[in-house]
Design a protein around this ligand. Sequence first.
Ligand SMILES: [Zn+2]
Length: 314
Amino acid sequence: MHAIGVDIGGTKIAAGVVDEDGTLLAKTRRDTSPDDAASIDRAIADVYAELSASYEIGAMGLAAAGFVAADRSGVLFAPNIAWRDYPLRDNVAALIDDDVRIVVENDANAAGWAEFRFGAARDVDDMLMLTVGTGLGGAIVVSGELVRGAWGVAAEIGHMRVVPGGHYCGCGHEGCWEQYASGSALVRDAQAQAVVDPAAAGRLLELAGGDAEKITGPHVTKAAQEGDPLAVRLLADLGRWLGEGSASVAALLDPALIVVGGGVASAGELLLAPARKGFAEQLSARGHRPEAAIVVAAMGNDAGMVGAADLARV
Ligand SMILES: [Zn+2]
């Protein structure tokens, strides 16, 4: 059975037709406004109409960046889209003539499920996926099952506290893991370094047109790939936070594999080598237990779509 997966971002949605092997058969996208939830409903109905004109569709999965209700019908809360106790499934269904099955999933869970079913973690039963983008998303698979928790909001690992009294987080607390291991943290630290020590940040400032506030994550990755010492160190710091935090997660869950995805994962070994080192240094009972490998994700930007489609089938 073919299913549609929809990845709902702040300013655009991407949708695709996915077959049972996880192959994307067709793709489309629409621009949307994060402040206008009804426009997102309409855009989803619109991509459904476009894709279902050419393919027989049995289900549609919606990957949403927010806290998803346990019955997978809607979004309890989203930090970056105007969703508060929002009945996304029913609103979209009301705009579609077909009686298609619609399921809402957390976006990081959808991406993790795609890696588990078809990507880097397809050969293991227990895995942790870390999506290092603007924030730090998590997905947990235990004994082949996606962990959703009692109320649907499990695996919000980016909001585990790792530094008491640390950086303020958008969730309202301080010292959350994603304030140290995310693209936003990388950019914050790079911009601060460029102000404190412009000479050391010469290459980063050059890439940003001389304006510290215009330094981006891709600038840091590019400079690091050229061997720029500051950029290499910034990515290594992020990687160390990823690895040390993963050791705490391993104390709880004992995953066979840790998959690192999201935009920052394009830095590859510049990020993963320090992550493995931090993980090893912080892992309890090291030397007396098998150790989870830390690998880069395989599904790229399509993971949310593919995972949402696959989860809608079951
Ligand atoms: Zn937080």
